[in-house]
Design a protein around this ligand. Structure first.
Ligand SMILES: [Zn+2]
Length: 312
């Protein structure tokens, strides 16, 4: 039995948590003062946010040993007493994210401590995005920005903060598969190449995603294709944006030396908002660096078209 929620319910919950949780309140308040700048990357509108509090995520150690030695912050028994949740569906809890990027930022973990894997969960994602119509629900693969790859979770943030929806509205999507009214399309001309599923039906969306998933390469030693996914309500239903990846962090990731930058791109960055926890990186980042990040982490037109050709 699925418990239904709404943007209004979640907004009230978020305000209540901010009012009773000083650490979260401090971080949400600090967000109002962060520096933001705009970039144009070959027609894509990109925002850059200088957000020092996000260093906990960008510098997160996600190797097996570090994960084993830390207490999982998404398990209910390790969460602070002040952190309440809204139960959603059979398995999920909606929480506020105490280290926000968005003015309204949620973390939505599975109640069970189970690995971050997307297989079989797209219908949940679509249902969530359709109920939380002011929010973009997103998924970071275990090697694509998730700071808890050992505990399955989605996140969500207010949609008007991201720029990808606007970028895709003006883009030329080529439909490559359909399932009833639902469509799977490709956008392979922007600096960021993506697949787009439009549907008003969670099951049809899941089926189209499964066909895409089966066509994507799985790197050696990994359990799923590398990807970020963004999902948001549209006037016609829900749009799912799948961004295939081939690399976790840019070649110049790091804190030592003048040439490095502390950038660990995930769904939000793919959604058009780059997060820099260090001020020097905020000052330095420009269109050519964003283009280089997309080139290094994401797929080329040929690689995207190869996947498209394998979709059955
Ligand atoms: Zn856990």
């Amino acid at each position: 039995m699925t418990a239904k929620t709404s943007s209004q319910e979640v907004n009230r919950f978020l305000d209540a948590q901010i009012a009773e949780w000083p650490q979260a309140s401090g971080n949400f308040e600090a967000l109002k003062g962060v520096k933001v700048k705009d970039l144009d990357v070959d027609g894509m509108k990109i925002k850059v946010q200088f957000n020092p509090a996000r260093i906990v995520s960008s510098a997160a150690k996600v190797d097996a040993k570090s994960l084993k030695e830390r207490k999982c912050f998404l398990c209910a028994e390790n969460r602070p007493a002040v952190q309440r949740g809204i139960d959603w569906g059979e398995y999920y809890t909606i929480l506020i994210n105490p280290f926000p990027i968005f003015p309204r930022h949620l973390t939505i973990p599975d109640k069970r401590h189970t690995d971050q894997l997307i297989s079989g969960r797209i219908a949940d994602m679509i249902a969530l995005a359709s109920e939380l119509d002011e929010y973009t629900v997103f998924y970071n693969g275990p090697k694509c920005g998730a700071s808890a790859p050992d505990h399955m979770h989605f996140q969500a943030g207010n949609s008007d903060f991201l720029t990808i929806a606007e970028t895709l509205e003006d883009a030329e999507l080529k439909t490559i598969a359909t399932d009833g009214e639902a469509t799977l399309a490709v956008e392979d001309t922007l600096p960021l190449k993506v697949f787009v599923i439009d549907t008003d039906n969670a099951e049809a969306g899941q089926r189209l995603f499964d066909r895409l998933y089966a066509a994507m390469p799985v790197p050696e030693g990994e359990r799923e294709p590398m990807m970020n996914i963004l999902c948001y309500a549209t006037p016609a239903g829900v749009r799912l944006v799948v961004i295939p990846r081939k690399r976790h962090r840019p070649s110049f990731y790091g804190t030592e030396g003048d040439d490095t930058m502390l950038l660990s791109p995930a769904s939000v960055d793919m959604g058009g908002v780059f997060i820099t926890p260090l001020e020097k990186d905020f000052e330095k980042i420009a269109a050519d660096i964003v283009r280089r990040i997309y080139d290094e982490l994401c797929l080329t037109t040929d690689e995207i078209d190869d996947i498209a050709s394998k979709i059955k």
